[in-house]
Design a protein around this ligand. Structure first.
Ligand code: LIP
Length: 282
């Protein structure tokens, strides 16, 4: 049975490396910072340039494939996952980190067929760590095999989450309330890289037991989701059950025991789905 998608994954790794060079170069120059939904939801010309590079490069090799890209959606493209081969791209995951030179910035390229993720590439380009995973073939960082932590006791775990970019006081209160509940279980610590994908790759690497967040987008997590699963981890919705890529909620954990303990503790709150029809309000 020919491996239909290895060629596509190899291309994803090559274009992620090129994208990483552009991001590192941009760190040395004045970057043009703009705002999206608020003054803390940042985007730069580099985000847009990198996404255009990735899409153009893939279209040339795979003209019939579809795309979901963070900046294309921001520009009005639909965010709907069909059965067609689809590339799910976050050109700069950790844009705020990038603007501030905080060294956790990732190029994320996920790939799905029939709505099932087949491979993920996350290039943490300031650290120069290339995380890759192909469904059924394991997860790797710079070629070294990855394995999640074997920890089953939440009180001996590190949990990652993020504050996101919503500053609505009610949402901020829920974020802190959930963090307080997790911290006081107690856990060894709470961490946040400022990039959903890098948080998830740290779960896959075995140095963080779980990551959860409400408000992430499909492009933040699609690529890293394959890496977590292929490293032996699990993906779950915040209220239990399978992760829904478009739901903007995720628990990525080393095992079901830890994932269920987090799900039991935190209070979910609504976030508009990525695939909500245009004009839908929360
Ligand atoms: C970021 C996510 C992070 C989230 C931020 C932001 P971006 O992605 O990786 O988990 O908390 O609000 O969405 O916008 O830097 O690609």
């Amino acid at each position: 049975m020919p491996d239909l998608w290895q060629d596509a994954m190899d291309h994803a790794v090559a274009v992620a490396k090129k994208a990483g060079e552009i991001i590192r170069d941009a760190l040395q120059n004045d970057m043009k910072v703009m705002c999206k939904s608020s003054s803390v939801d940042l985007v730069t010309k580099t985000d847009q340039k990198v996404e255009q590079l990735i899409i153009a490069s893939v279209k040339e090799k795979f003209p019939e494939h579809g795309f979901i890209g963070e900046e294309s959606v921001a520009a009005g493209q639909p965010c709907v996952l069909s059965d067609s081969p689809t590339w799910i791209v976050d050109p700069v995951d950790g844009t705020t980190n990038f603007v501030h030179g905080y060294p956790f910035v990732a190029v994320c390229i996920g790939f799905a067929v029939n709505k099932k993720l087949e491979f993920g590439v996350v290039y943490s380009c300031i650290e120069d760590k290339m995380y890759t995973a192909r469904r059924g073939k394991g997860a790797f960082c710079n070629g070294e095999s990855l394995q999640v932590s074997d920890q089953k006791v939440i009180n001996q775990s590190i949990i990652a989450t993020e504050f996101g970019s919503d500053r609505d006081p009610e949402v901020v209160e829920k974020i802190f309330s959930n963090m307080r509940k997790i911290l006081c279980l107690p856990v060894h610590g709470i961490r946040g890289a400022g990039s959903a994908a890098i948080n998830m790759c740290l779960v896959a690497s075995g140095c963080v037991e779980a990551y959860y967040e409400i408000g992430v987008h499909c492009w933040d997590v699609a690529a890293a989701a394959v890496i977590v699963e292929e490293a032996g981890g699990v993906l779950m919705d915040l209220e239990g059950g399978p992760m829904d890529l478009m739901s903007r909620r995720i628990i990525a954990a080393n095992n079901k025991t830890i994932a269920e303990r987090i799900s039991k503790e935190i209070e979910a709150y609504p976030a508009l789905r990525d695939d909500a029809p245009p004009g839908t309000t929360q």
